[in-house]
Design a protein around this ligand. Structure first.
Ligand SMILES: Nc1ncnc2c1ncn2[C@@H]1O[C@H](COP(=O)(O)OP(=O)(O)OP(=O)(O)O)[C@@H](O)[C@H]1O
Length: 402
């Protein structure tokens, strides 16, 4: 093997490469695979190799994007290529900051509805522009991965990428604007940013709609041909549009992991936030479909209580993991009557509390089970949450708004 690329392969990828090469060069024409099959095999290899990108290796960077002979990024289908001055104009020189993530800041801007030509404030379509920090070594990789994944996966609950910009050291991405921003800033009691009217809007039926939307997206990722494990899933990743539809932001995609094999567990170098991390992840770095389900359970509990898991687990006192943290989360889940977010008090009419809370508690409890095999799949969770919605509607006349 070329010494330059040695160590960039997983064992599985190395075996696949040699098997594929052997088949293609077989002396018997009939034993050689069809071109379509070679493409499929290479796609699987790409998926096997992707965790290396996440850990800072540029093994397959750019395979999904078209490059010209100099290796520079050329036009990407379905995405608008912006020039920097367009985006400076659209954002009034990066005036209104929406948020600040690990890889860069996000700004509000305005473009023409159909052409995406830069516009002026309050005219046309609002956008969110993410400007990557140029000095950050991972920035370029994360920028490219966000483009690649946004092109491959499209789902109503996944924030839509509209375009990109690459000029000199500058890397920017243009996303649809999510009017009600991140769920995180609205539901937690300690949140100073919370606006009263938004909190009032976040009634039980709206929160259930948010949970169903996110569960559907995770189920979609988990059952895709190239499985996506979103191993840094947390409440702050959930963004809300003007109608409180929940969408997951593809930002920080270097922390998403694509796998082609359901049984393959990989070790991620970027650890998820401690309060959302499943015990097997904390203890041995495993990431799997089940670690996503665990994180979903924690988010579910936060959405019901309005209390950060961080606080429930007293992680502010000692930022160390303790082994029975699931038990602590389960205590909150089964005592929902006590810990329910006060803003939800009026959301459960009549006997709704006594009938719905045990069901909600059992769903959360199953998700955060310390044994991964006992956790439900995201598909099962979608079904259970939809069942919950039907029960709310039929028994208590609580209906989810479209
Ligand atoms: N499409 C969008 N529409 C509206 N606001 C957005 C949008 N994308 C991001 N924001 C705001 O900007 C903040 C920062 O976003 P970003 O995704 O960079 O941070 P993050 O989720 O903390 O990512 P990271 O894990 O990389 O730190 C979000 O919490 C949200 O308030």
């Amino acid at each position: 093997m070329d010494a330059d690329i040695e160590g960039q392969y997983t064992d599985r990828a190395a075996i696949k490469v040699s098997t594929l090469a052997r088949k293609c060069t077989s002396r018997h024409p009939k034993s050689r695979p069809a071109a379509k099959q070679v493409v499929e095999e290479l796609e699987q290899l790409l998926a096997l190799s992707t965790p290396h990108i996440a850990s800072g290796n540029s093994l397959v960077l750019g395979l999904w994007t078209s490059k010209n002979s100099t290796g520079a990024l050329s036009l990407i289908p379905n995405l608008k290529e912006f020039i920097l001055t367009d985006l400076e104009r659209a954002t009034s020189n990066f005036e209104e900051e929406l948020g600040n993530g690990r890889s860069g800041k996000v700004y509000k801007g305005w473009v023409h509805k159909t052409t995406y030509a830069s516009s002026t404030p309050d005219i046309g379509l609002p956008i969110a522009v993410k400007r990557f920090i140029p000095e950050r070594a991972q920035g370029n990789i994360e920028w490219q991965m966000e483009i690649d994944l946004s092109r491959v996966y499209s789902h109503p609950n996944f924030v839509r990428l509209l375009g990109y910009c690459s000029e000199g050291q500058e890397r920017l991405l243009v996303y649809e604007y999510m009017h009600n921003r991140d769920l995180d800033s609205h539901i937690f009691k300690s949140s100073s940013r919370a606006k009263k009217n938004v909190r009032e809007s976040l009634r039980w039926e709206v929160r259930l709609k948010i949970l169903i939307g996110i569960a559907r997206l995770l189920a979609f990722f988990h059952t895709a041909k190239q499985i996506v494990i979103c191993h840094d899933f947390k409440t702050s990743r959930i963004l809300l549009d003007g109608n409180f539809n929940a969408k997951l932001s593809p930002h920080g995609l270097a922390r998403l992991t694509v796998l082609s094999d359901r049984d393959l567990n990989v070790t991620a170098r970027t650890a998820p936030a401690l309060s959302y991390a499943a015990p097997e992840n904390v203890n041995s770095g495993v990431i799997s479909l089940e670690t996503d389900v665990y994180a979903f359970g924690v988010v579910f509990l936060e959405i019901m209580t309005g209390i950060r898991a961080y606080e429930m687990l007293h992680l502010e006192e000692s930022n160390t993991y303790y082994n029975d943290k699931e038990k602590c989360l389960v205590d909150y889940a089964i005592s929902l009557d006590t810990y329910l977010d006060p803003w939800l008090e009026d959301s459960f009419p009549g006997g709704a509390r006594s009938q719905l809370f045990p069901f909600i508690a059992s769903l959360i409890t199953e998700c955060v089970d310390s044994s991964p095999s006992k956790r439900p799949s995201m598909l099962q969770l979608v079904e259970s949450l939809e069942l919950l919605a039907v029960s709310c509607e039929q028994n208590f006349k609580i209906s989810l708004q479209e």
